[in-house]
Design a protein around this ligand. Structure first.
Ligand SMILES: *Cc1c(COP(=O)(O)O)cnc(C)c1O
Length: 428
């Protein structure tokens, strides 16, 4: 995951002074405080390079899924590497544009695009809409007509494939809210002539996240390819096929991510003969393993039944363990090399669900020890909240021995900005 000259954060208990992308993590935590997200630019670039190499020779565009990590510095890194963006809100559109990603490289997904969001995307001239319902298609037609514009659109197919991942991040089964069936998509193309302001010439699919097996991708690609061939025979040329995101990463021992070369080989095979543009929307794959959450032990609590390691990070900083029962490796950065102890690793938030790990074996820890939670670069900071009135953590980008603070730690005033006493009462 790292450039050869930057050893990855060790999975074994680290000696004091463990470094990440050439930066001493203990010193960084002293400087910037904890909890602190630290991202390795080298690791992200390496993932991008690997994927771009696998795509060599194809007319392909990688549209990074902004929701995985929308920090401006991360988006600027993506922009610098020539990537586009997959957005799901007006806020993400603004972030992408602010980071210098050209509108022509932005695709807009999501089941609930509001009229304002559609209008805003039309006004800047994004590459295309990934359309999830007939109602949305008609809204785009109407709003584009008002502007005398022609929007480009892809229909998001729900292929009814089991992504073999956590139920909460599975999106391609017919019972999920995403996309439309191939039968419905066929009707859209058959009545395509009625659309004056939407050019419906793309297919889109995204079946879920953290997928570690090629099989669901193969099944999905086969269905999409069959539909594309059918449409071509029916006189409906397809200019782009967007295969979505979903590539899984290694959160724990024994998990093996799909190699980009194998993934792209499956795409090449399924879409052989397709001469339009291929779009990919990876999020997690590019950033998850490039991020760690640095956190200190507030105290060790010896309960009746178990020992608790209480950290200064909590579910509001990193929600995945609470929301998805997700596993994250936890590694001491500057803890004593004492005998191993079994802990429940928890945060200070008043929820039993505020648990990062149960029954986790770690070297004995004490107050003030620094730990890192691995695999925190995706769906970490971007899912953060201020629950329990805990200000959002700081974020730093590391790059070959240097670091930049890319999000200041939120303070109380910023956290409560916008709230006001109920002084002025009005009637609606
Ligand atoms: C979330 C999302 C992605 C990115 O998913 P990853 O699993 O992070 O790669 C891509 N496309 C769409 C439509 C999404 O909603």
């Amino acid at each position: 995951m790292n450039a050869p000259d930057t050893p990855p954060p060790s999975r074994t208990p680290a000696v004091p002074g463990a470094s990440f992308d050439g930066v001493d993590l203990a010193a960084l935590a002293d400087r910037l405080g904890t909890p602190l997200y630290a991202y390795s630019a080298s690791a992200i670039r390496q993932r991008i390079d690997g994927l771009q190499q696998a795509l060599h020779g194809l007319d392909a565009m990688i549209c990074y899924a902004v929701k995985a990590n929308g920090n401006r510095a991360i988006l600027e890194l993506m922009a610098g590497a020539g990537l586009g963006a997959d957005i799901v809100s007006a806020g993400e559109l603004r972030r992408a544009l602010q980071a210098g990603i050209p509108p022509a490289r932005i695709v807009f997904s999501g089941v609930g695009k509001s009229e304002d969001e559609i209008a805003g995307a039309l006004d800047v001239g994004i590459q295309r809409f990934n359309v999830e319902s007939l109602d949305e298609l008609l809204a785009i037609e109407r709003l584009a007509a008002l502007r005398g514009a022609v929007a480009r659109a892809a229909v998001r197919i729900n292929p009814d494939v089991d992504a073999l991942t956590h139920a909460k991040i599975s999106t391609g089964k017919s019972e999920n809210k995403f996309g439309v069936s191939i039968d419905e998509a066929r009707r859209w193309f058959e009545s395509r002539a009625q659309l004056q302001h939407v050019r419906l010439d793309g297919l889109h699919v995204h079946i879920g996240s953290q997928i570690l097996s090629l099989e669901p991708f193969r099944q999905t690609l086969a269905r999409v390819a069959a539909f594309w061939r059918e449409l071509r025979h029916g006189g409906h040329p397809i200019a782009s096929i967007d295969v979505g995101g979903g590539l899984g990463v290694r959160y724990r021992e024994g998990e093996t991510p799909i190699a980009p070369a194998d993934y792209v080989a499956a795409i090449r095979e399924a879409l052989a003969g397709f001469d339009g543009r291929l779009l990919l929307e990876p999020g997690r794959y590019l950033v998850a393993e490039a991020g760690v959450l640095l956190t200190r032990v507030l105290r060790v609590k010896h309960g009746e039944a178990r020992d608790f390691l209480v950290l200064d990070a909590a579910m509001n900083d990193l929600l995945r363990p609470s929301l998805y029962d997700a596993w994250h490796d936890i590694v001491p950065v500057s803890a004593g090399a004492g005998p191993e102890v079994v802990y429940d690793v928890v945060g200070p938030v008043c929820e039993t669900g505020d648990t990062f790990a149960r029954d986790r074996r770690l070297p004995a820890c004490g107050e003030g020890d620094l730990l890192m939670i691995l695999g925190a670069g995706a769906y970490g900071a971007s899912m953060g909240s201020t629950y329990n009135s805990r200000p959002l953590p700081a974020e730093a980008l590391l790059d070959r021995g240097r670091y930049a603070l890319v999000r200041r730690r939120q303070n109380f005033e910023q956290m409560t900005a916008g709230e006001q006493p109920a002084r002025q009462w009005e009637t609606a």
